[in-house]
Design a protein around this ligand. Structure first.
Ligand code: ASP
Length: 305
C-alpha cells in the first residue's frame, strides 16, 4: 500500500480489499465494552481541519484513540492560520512536532497532495475542496459490503449535487475498482464537464434508474459552494431529484439508501426515508470509525492486531 491516502485512485483492488477486511476484524473491537487496542501506542496522529466537519473529525479522533495513538486536534479557527499563517508554515510546525500521520481537510482541492511534499508522515485526505474524500468512499463500500455481501456487479446510483461532491468522485473511483456499476443522476447543471471521462453511466431521470438500483446514495446540495443558481428552486429540485416515500417504493425490496451527511432533510431526502429501515445513514457513521482505524493501522504499520 501507498504511504499516503490522498485519492481513491491510489488504491488497487487488493489494497481496497485489505482495508475492508482489516475493518471487518477491527469492527469486533468496536463491539467490545473496552474498545482499545495498544497497536499505535507512541504514535502521533494530527487532525488538521481547515473546513467544518462533524462526523469525519470525530471519527478520525475516535479511531486514533481506539488504537492508542496520541491525537492532536488542530482546527484553523483559533490557530495562527487565522493570523494568515500559510499551509506550508503549519506543515513545518507539524513536522517539527514529529507527526506520524496528518489527517487533513481543506477547502482547496490538492492541499493534501501539497502537504505530502512538506512532511515526512503519512497524509490522509479527509476531504479536499470538491476533489476527493477517500475514507468516505471506503466506509460507504464497507457499509454496502456488509449489507449486500459483495460489491461485484452491484448497481449503485449516486444522486444529486455531483458537481460539488468529493464524495461522488471518490465513490465512483473506488466502486469501479471493486467491480460495482455506478450511475450518476443529476440535473445537467450539477454535473462536472469532465464527467464523460469518469468510469460510470450518467442519467437525468431518477425514476427510471431507481428500479434497477441495489444502492441509492443521495448527495447533499452544497449551497455553500454555489456561486450561481443551479436549479430553479429547492422545491423544484426535490420534485425531480429528491428521494421521498413514493420513490423509495420504486426501489427493489433489498435496496438500501445511503447519505454521507450532513443531510438537508426535506430537500434531497425526505425525513421518513432518512429514518427508514432501508437507510444505512447511522450505520455509515459507525462504520466510519472502523474504516478509519483500518486506514491508520495499515498506513502506520501497526503491530499486534
Ligand atoms: N460530509 C461530506 C463531505 O465533507 C459530504 C457533504 O459535506 O455533503 O464532503
Amino acid at each position: 500500500m501507498n504511504r499516503h491516502l490522498i485519492s481513491a485512485a491510489d488504491l488497487s483492488r487488493d489494497d481496497a480489499l485489505l482495508i475492508l477486511d482489516t475493518a471487518d476484524e477491527l469492527a469486533r473491537v468496536s463491539d467490545r465494552s473496552i474498545k482499545k487496542l495498544p497497536t499505535l501506542r507512541g504514535r502521533t496522529v494530527v487532525n488538521l481541519f481547515f473546513e467544518d466537519s462533524t462526523r469525519t473529525r470525530i471519527s478520525f479522533e475516535a479511531a486514533a484513540k481506539r488504537l492508542s495513538a496520541d491525537v492532536i486536534n488542530f482546527s484553523a479557527k483559533g490557530s495562527s492560520v487565522s493570523k494568515g499563517e500559510s499551509l506550508k508554515d503549519t506543515a513545518l510546525t507539524l513536522q517539527a512536532m514529529g507527526a506520524d500521520a496528518v489527517v487533513i481537510r481543506h477547502g482547496a482541492s490538492g492541499a493534501p497532495h501539497r502537504l505530502a511534499s512538506w512532511v515526512d508522515g503519512s497524509i490522509v485526505n479527509a476531504g479536499d475542496g470538491t476533489h476527493e474524500h477517500p475514507t468516505q468512499a471506503l466506509l460507504d463500500a464497507f457499509t454496502m459490503r456488509r449489507r449486500l455481501s459483495t460489491l461485484e456487479g452491484r448497481r449503485v446510483t449516486i444522486v444529486g449535487d455531483v458537481l460539488h461532491s468529493r464524495v461522488a468522485r471518490s465513490n465512483v473511483l473506488l466502486l469501479r475498482t471493486l467491480g460495482a456499476e455506478v450511475t450518476l443522476v443529476a440535473p445537467p447543471t450539477l454535473l462536472p464537464v469532465t464527467v464523460e471521462s469518469w468510469p460510470c453511466e450518467v442519467s437525468y431521470d431518477l425514476d427510471s434508474v431507481l428500479p434497477k438500483s441495489d444502492v441509492v446514495m443521495m448527495l447533499r446540495v452544497q449551497t455553500e459552494r454555489m456561486n450561481a443558481a443551479f436549479f430553479p428552486s429547492a422545491r423544484e429540485y426535490s420534485r425531480r431529484y429528491g428521494l421521498d416515500r413514493d420513490r423509495l417504493a420504486k426501489m427493489p425490496e433489498e435496496a438500501i439508501v445511503m447519505h454521507p451527511g450532513p443531510m438537508n432533510r426535506g430537500m434531497e431526502i425526505a425525513a421518513d426515508v432518512a429514518d427508514s429501515a432501508r437507510s444505512t445513514i447511522v450505520e455509515q457513521v459507525a462504520n466510519g470509525v472502523t474504516i478509519r482505524m483500518a486506514v491508520l493501522y495499515l498506513l502506520l504499520g501497526g503491530e499486534t492486531l
